[in-house]
Design a protein around this ligand. Structure first.
Ligand code: SF4
Length: 666
């Protein structure tokens, strides 16, 4: 039993089931479905978290009605062909002692995808338009409302028949059940609109119908936003009133609900949606004040989400009585074994999630399978796990101690090879060390910390301040060389007047020079954190800034929720002017010249005291004569991209070397 986290590892009872600990992986879209059903990829994904020690796994949403297809990858529980998939994932999770619950879902107007790229259609209580996905829903008839209520019941019964331990009704984030309750959205005049009792009716009927369908031995929970945090959204007092009514519902002497799962936010606006998966700009466990309020009005167990990334944050929230269980979904996307490590107090082994949102929710929004920038094995369990073990130990030289090199080194060593990693600079981490210098991005540095620790634990011989020369290669005589030397700043071809102050973004971050007083023109070729982050840092220090991006808009390459928060912070400074679709072509003493990327127009930005240039970086590959060794180049040294691609290529390089050895040795 954990000495550090006694509350976190105390079992807890939800209805008829006792959960082994308080750590929850909440329902989250994975795009690991097999044509809308549960296949072996999704089973392997959840089995890894169960094997890693999670107490409760909540499966991603399952549509309860044909009108509930909110993406092209949503699981559907509308007919019996879905049952074998639920059974397979239930058996896999149960094998490792965890409990599994499935989410019952209808999005109402929150529909992201239409068919084959067409604009989506949606149904909702009323025709109130949805701002984020630009959907104008059709108002449901009274008969259609009742048909959807019946859909919840039949889906619940079907899922429960598969051996899944419970179902969770999703009324969070502005989805259909809560659309009915919101008087700013629901303008109906029938029995489902108008008075609070009428607006509660849909959800109350769903809750009662689900309990009636599954009986007393299946767990039934409710997921709800404690506060929707958006313009037309519900406030905490309204939500608490609703929870109070639902808490009292009974069916044949059994409480209809066994627990409440609290989150925050609303899907319908960019402002509200950031709380669906809050990024690194948001404080850890920030939504525990909402679960704390819910705990005051119910005796049932309450769990809470909201950037609980570390076991000590979860332990504190439970110990302080602010929640009963901690939802730590990304913590286990990043490290499926997090719960087991916490249980044996091995906190230094935990690969902490850094809240970047890039490969988890970011992949979902791109319509591709889930992963993690730090742990690309996530979502690829069947390809990369368990690690192959080589029969004949080789010597592998890794050149470069950034994300790609560290991952290649750690995995190779874990597979049984002898690994020497040489880094030219004094520190490990590569480009991560600069990224963490940007405002609100300090946590990104955790990627370097985590990857370095993994390499050390795996037994890699790490040599910093060691540029690799041919002499070193000859002395070490490695069987394989992996080059991961990263990328360097490149200045574009510009016309720059002698008296203009112009500096590259990387130099600016590394050297932090004193800039001339006055407006700073920040130019940005990609629409990522670099330009926006530098502009924000300057503006927060009082400097007027023009941010010109060659992308369609500032932050275009950043995951949506992260970008929303970052641009909001930039807007709040009141000191940043934005210019899009423009590339820098020249600078004179006080003017920047930017060519439109769309047409012949040239923009002039006046009264510029200094210009900071972020341009496409250039790969760096050492000029070594490596004819004797097998050599491969990975990460930014191959093609400058992001940490995600670098780490993935470190993994694939190491895996392929092991597989090749096993094929040779039979
Ligand atoms: Fe966490 Fe980023 Fe990995 Fe998502 S991609 S799980 S936010 S580290």
């Amino acid at each position: 039993m954990s000495q550090l986290f006694p509350h976190l590892f105390e079992p807890i009872t939800l209805g008829s089931h006792t959960i082994r600990n308080r750590i929850v992986s909440s329902g989250h879209d994975t795009v690991l479905d097999d044509h809308g059903q549960i296949g072996e990829d999704l089973v392997a994904y959840h089995e890894a978290r169960a094997a890693g020690g999670a107490g409760l796994i909540v499966l991603q949403v399952s549509g309860v009605h044909e009108t509930a297809r909110y993406t092209n990858h949503v699981l559907m529980a509308t007919d019996d062909s879905s049952v074998p998939g639920y059974r397979a994932v239930a058996e896999a999770v149960h094998r490792h002692g965890a409990t599994i619950i499935a989410q019952l879902f209808h999005p109402g107007r929150e529909v992201m995808d239409g068919q084959r790229g067409m604009a989506p259609r949606a149904v909702a209580p009323s025709d109130a338009p949805q701002e984020r996905f630009k959907v104008v829903p059709e108002a449901l008839s009274t008969a259609a409302v009742k048909d959807i209520v019946a859909g919840y019941a039949s889906a619940a019964k079907r899922i429960a028949s598969s051996g899944i331990d419970g179902v969770e009704i999703v009324a969070s984030h502005g989805y259909l059940p809560i659309q009915f309750f919101n008087p700013r959205i629901n303008t109906r005049t029938d029995e489902y609109g108008g008075t609070p009792a009428n607006r509660r009716r849909f959800l109350a009927e769903v809750v009662a119908a689900v309990r009636a369908a599954v009986g007393p031995d299946v767990v039934v929970g409710l997921r709800i936003s404690g506060e929707e945090k958006t313009e037309e959204g519900l406030v905490a007092a309204e939500i608490l009133e609703l929870i109070g009514h639902l808490d009292e519902l009974e069916h044949e002497g059994t409480d209809c609900l066994d627990y409440f799962s609290i989150t925050a936010g609303d899907s319908s606006t960019l402002q509200g949606a950031v709380h669906i998966v809050p990024s690194m700009q948001v404080d850890p466990a920030y939504a525990a004040n909402l679960s704390e309020q819910v705990k005051k009005i119910t005796d049932k167990p309450v769990m809470v989400a909201g950037r609980i990334n570390q076991p000590h944050e979860a332990e504190a929230a439970i110990a302080e009585g602010r929640t009963d269980m901690a939802i730590m979904t990304r913590a286990m996307i990043c490290d499926p074994a997090m719960a087991g490590k916490a249980r044996r107090d091995a906190v230094e082994e935990i690969r902490a999630c850094i809240g970047c949102n890039q490969a988890c929710i970011g992949h979902f929004q791109l319509g591709v399978p889930i992963s993690c920038i730090q742990y690309p094995e996530s979502g690829r369990e069947l390809t990369f796990l368990p690690r192959p073990q080589v029969r004949i130990r080789r010597r592998i030289l890794v050149v470069g101690g950034g994300p790609a090199g560290l991952k290649a080194a750690a995995v190779s060593a874990e597979q049984g090879d002898e690994v020497i990693l040489c880094e030219a600079g004094p520190h490990l981490g590569g480009a991560v060390l600069l990224a963490q210098e940007l405002p609100y991005r300090a946590e990104f540095g955790g990627a370097a910390t985590n990857l370095s620790a993994e390499a050390v634990r795996a037994g890699v011989d790490i040599r910093t301040s060691t540029p690799v020369t041919q002499q070193i290669v000859d002395e070490l005589d490695p069987d394989h060389v992996i080059i991961a030397t990263g990328a360097r700043q490149r200045m574009p071809d510009l016309e720059i007047a002698d008296d203009a102050f112009v500096i590259g973004a990387r130099d600016y971050l590394e050297q932090n020079p004193q800039l001339p007083a006055g407006r700073v023109l920040v130019t940005d070729w990609k629409g990522d954190w670099i330009g926006l982050g530098i502009a924000l840092r300057l503006a927060e220090a009082g400097t007027p800034v023009t941010l010109a991006t060659a992308a369609n808009f500032a932050g275009a390459a950043i995951q949506q929720y992260t970008r929303t928060l970052l641009v909001s912070q930039a807007l709040r400074t009141g000191r940043i002017s934005f210019l899009s679709d423009a590339r820098l072509v020249g600078v004179d003493a006080d003017t920047g010249y930017l060519q439109s990327t769309l047409c012949e127009i040239v923009h002039e930005v006046d009264e510029v005291a200094a210009t900071i240039v972020s341009a496409a970086p250039r790969s760096v590959v050492p000029d070594l004569d490596l004819r004797a060794a097998s050599v491969r180049v990975i990460g930014d040294a191959l093609a400058p991209r992001t940490v995600e691609e670098a780490v993935y290529e470190g993994l694939t390089a190491a895996s392929e070397l092991a597989v090749a050895e096993l094929e040779v040795t039979g």
